[in-house]
Design a protein around this ligand. Structure first.
Ligand code: TXA
Ligand code: MG
Length: 304
């Protein structure tokens, strides 16, 4: 299969939009840009198409997907008894990089949310993602467009590196502006829980709720299955150190990212792999330490 890149800056031409929408309506997968990371999209209401996402990524079937919508009325097809707390967050942060976990309607194919009684939903702000969802006329199920376990893709080239020849169309919307995944919020007994730190900081959400966010309980069932997997890992080994003096750098084989932040983390990890480095060493300065989402991804990409 030949992989074609269709360029969207920031919108797709009407011809290219028709190509992408027809593929999705026909039950095929298309990689699309979002403001966080690229997504591997399928029509959410076609279980056979959604199945292809798991197969192509090598994703464990117990790791649920996020539904992407372009207008608030599409929420009605997906969720029931929406909590007023979650709706308040939607009103403040959508469109944007916030994912909310609602009670799932039985009409939503179980494969999308790994048979959980819930469904994670977000409304992306990226103009091209919105244009495509609109044209398909159905919510899109989309995880990050990387092979399972690899760093998330923040450019069309990253998607191509993982899926060239296995995907017919990748929409090239340039670099993702956030570069890190959405924040995921769920509910326990009508209290909001931070299931995955991400592009929207904890404090911004707490300000809207006027209360603190809970952390997922340490015991009991895993509320966000994606968080239990080692993840976001490049081929090179990632080491986190406290200061430069701790470094035992073997020159030539160690990649030292400069100006590391949440926005450029994944592109640094992928760049190190492209250049063939064997290890990546990250010096944890106070700026990195204070970024919860960045620290979460670093810890999960590293070997200690
Ligand atoms: O920014 C993003 O969220 C990107 C773009 C493409 O939208 N998507 C993304 O999807 O990061 P993915 O599949 O890589 O991560 C989805 C996360 C996983 O940690 C998964 O466990 C969690 O969301 N999740 C999905 N549905 C859930 C549910 N019903 N309950 C709890 N967690 C859920
Ligand atoms: Mg992912």
């Amino acid at each position: 299969m030949k992989t074609t890149l269709l360029v969207a800056r920031p919108h797709l031409s009407s011809d290219d939009l028709a190509i992408a929408a027809d593929l999705l309506k026909g039950g095929h997968l298309v990689a699309i840009p979002t403001e966080t990371v690229y997504g591997l999209a399928a029509d959410l209401f076609q279980p056979e198409a959604v199945k292809k996402i798991f197969y192509l990524k090598g994703r464990p079937p117990d790791n649920p997907l996020i539904a992407h919508i372009s207008a608030i009325h599409q929420l009605e097809r997906l969720v029931q008894n929406p909590s007023p707390l979650l709706l308040r967050l939607a009103e403040r942060f959508w469109p944007g990089p916030l994912t909310l976990v609602f009670e799932r309607r039985s009409e939503v194919p179980g494969i999308v949310s790994a048979q959980l009684p819930t469904i994670a939903v977000r409304m992306p702000s990226h103009p091209c993602a919105r244009q495509i969802i609109e044209a398909v006329g159905s919510p899109l199920a989309a995880p990050s467009a990387n092979l399972s376990g690899r760093p998330s893709p923040t450019s069309a080239q990253d998607v191509l590196d993982d899926f060239e020849g296995r995907l017919s169309v990748i929409i090239d919307g340039g670099e993702c502006s956030f570069g890190i995944e959405s924040t995921v919020i769920g509910l326990i007994d009508e209290r909001c829980v931070l299931l995955r730190p991400g592009a929207i900081p904890r404090q911004a959400i707490e300000e809207v709720l006027c209360t603190t966010l809970l952390d997922p309980p340490k015991n009991g069932p895993v509320l966000s299955p994606g968080m239990k997997y080692r993840h976001y890992a490049p081929k090179a080994r990632v080491y986190l150190v406290d200061n430069q003096d701790d470094l035992k750098v073997s020159k030539g084989s160690t990649y030292l990212p400069d100006d590391l932040n949440a926005q450029n983390l994944y592109s640094h990890l992928r760049k190190a792999d492209r250049l063939g480095y064997l290890e990546i060493v990250i010096v944890l300065n106070s700026q990195i330490r204070s970024d919860e989402a960045l620290m979460n991804r670093l810890t999960r990409a590293s070997c200690g």
